[in-house]
Design a protein around this ligand. Structure first.
Ligand SMILES: [Zn+2]
Ligand SMILES: [Zn+2]
Length: 302
């Protein structure tokens, strides 16, 4: 069965919405901030992701079809397969995304999406170049094993990518309450892109925010704590090659200087910010430090 590619259909809407949002920024700068070099870098990253996706497709398809040989169900293209994959694909997305923030080897492939200090629709185009190489596509093999045909998986991934475009904006404050409860929204995803201590490692959702609520990673946007965007250690570069590869270079540099085998292992698979001498900070350390600042030690009773 041939299914349409949702991303191809959405491209004209992407372009029009970016122009519209940039125009809004002319009149309401607090609602939309653009920097031409930043958006150009994002666009270049998006085009690069598209091109590299073609190269990766053969490998991903071959492995997926091999796993599909061992499928446990036979969903085919029944109507309920479209309903089930909506939830199942989003579940895989949540775990891909969470693992991409928790382990440096995948963070190196995902960090580019967070590297902009701006948060606008063009940021959504800032997609990975190295995810295929890092194997960040493997969580979706679960869908092949469950028995979803590859074209259906690819279709739903496209739907998810298109959905996630519109949430990269400051122009929308909050959606209606019930929508905010079930779905990922601009407010929830602003938190995900924010580097404020209380917002780190939160809201990994693709389409449905319910996974974050279920697995304890949901954080509500707090109006008294405006989001600051980017990565903890800003790279301050608009060069797409620096954006795509700087963290990989960091891993190679750390691993070659590691004093122990455990150290080398942790530089690859430990949390981002982990270091042998503890001189850098992981998200957990940043959160703990912020919590200490907020609640100074209480005097002892006696
Ligand atoms: Zn992320
Ligand atoms: Zn994003």
């Amino acid at each position: 069965m041939t299914l349409p590619d949702p991303v191809t259909f959405a491209i004209p809407a992407f372009v029009l919405l970016i122009i519209l949002e940039a125009l809004i920024g002319r009149f309401r700068p607090e609602k939309s901030r653009y920097e031409t070099r930043d958006s150009a870098a994002s666009l270049f990253m998006g085009l690069g992701n598209f091109a590299i996706g073609f190269l990766n497709f053969g490998l991903v398809a071959a492995v997926s079809l091999w796993v599909y040989e061992y499928r446990i169900f036979e969903f085919g293209y029944q109507w309920y397969a479209f309903v089930l994959i909506f939830f199942a694909e989003d579940f895989c997305y949540y775990w891909f995304h969470r693992l991409s923030h928790e382990h440096r080897i995948w963070w190196a492939a995902h960090i580019n999406h967070h590297s902009s200090q701006y948060y606008n629709l063009s940021t959504a185009l800032r997609q990975t170049w190295t995810g295929g190489f890092a194997g960040t596509w493997t969580p979706w093999l679960l869908l092949s094993f469950l028995g979803f045909p590859l074209p259906l998986i690819a279709f739903q991934q496209g739907v998810s990518l298109v959905y996630q475009f519109w949430i990269h904006t400051e122009a929308i404050d909050k959606m209606p309450r019930h929508f905010e409860f079930f779905f990922n929204t601009p407010s929830h995803h602003r938190v995900h892109h924010a580097i404020n201590a209380k917002y780190l490692d939160a809201n990994y959702a693709g389409i449905l925010i319910i996974w974050d609520r279920l697995f304890g990673t949901f954080v509500e946007e707090d109006k008294s704590e405006p989001c600051r965007y980017g990565i903890v250690k800003q790279i301050a570069s608009f060069n797409p090659f620096v954006i795509a590869f700087h963290e990989w270079w960091g891993i190679i540099s750390d691993v070659t200087k590691a004093k122990t085998v455990k150290g080398a292992f942790m530089y690859m698979f430990g949390p981002p910010g982990w270091s042998e001498d503890g001189s850098r900070m992981t998200s957990r350390m940043i959160k703990e430090k912020a919590a200490q600042r907020l609640s100074p030690p209480q005097p002892q009773a006696d």
